[in-house]
Design a protein around this ligand. Structure first.
Ligand SMILES: [Zn+2]
Ligand SMILES: [Zn+2]
Length: 186
């Protein structure tokens, strides 16, 4: 009933004008492609130029290394509060569900071990702590369960396994200072 139609310049269909988006640069004020064709053509353009766009960005970054770095710092700084807030939320979530948090901690070494394709078993931090009576096997001092690191006697990076046989309780500090060394190399 008197609905104004317009022919799409691409699919050649006659469609009601609300099938065309506004486009100031066209004389009619409407895009010459229908919405459907416009969307497809835009997507194609985007795909087509993605490589060029990437190259362009890379080139700019190479030419303006300092500026790029400064931008990164600004971004990092501006996002500081958001980042911290997010971190706090994650921690709160975990502390509200101690079982989930414990499981997450228990599995930390496991992912790395599995990536290295070494023998891996599910390690319970609590069990490791109990077995070692809370004594760090490197400095022989007390370490709390919460602060304890699960230390690999033979480091994963040197073919050690992620099994009860190869793990001991340790301080974070002791674990990190031992790194990829064996006990006798300390
Ligand atoms: Zn069309
Ligand atoms: Zn220690």
């Amino acid at each position: 009933m008197g609905v104004a139609l317009k022919r799409c310049g691409h699919c050649k269909r006659d469609l009601p004008i609300d099938n065309f988006s506004r486009n100031r640069s066209c004389t009619s004020g409407l895009s010459s492609y229908c919405r459907e064709c416009k969307r497809k053509s835009d997507a194609k353009d985007y795909q087509l130029h993605s490589e060029t766009r990437k190259e362009h960005v890379e080139k700019w970054r190479r030419a303006n290394r300092d500026k790029h770095r400064a931008q990164g710092r600004i971004y990092y700084y501006r996002n500081r509060s958001r980042r911290k807030k997010r971190q706090r939320e994650i921690e709160r979530k975990y502390y509200q569900q101690p079982a989930v948090y414990r499981r997450k901690l228990d599995r930390e070494g496991e992912y790395r071990a599995r990536k290295l394709k070494t023998t891996t078993e599910r390690i319970s931090r609590a069990a490791v702590h109990r077995r070692s009576k809370g004594i760090c096997h490197i400095c022989k001092k007390w370490v709390s369960l919460r602060a304890m690191h699960v230390e690999h006697v033979v480091p994963l990076s040197r073919g050690g396994t992620h099994t009860y046989k190869n793990v001991r309780a340790s301080h974070k500090r002791c674990n990190l200072s031992k790194g990829a060394k064996l006990m006798k190399e300390l």
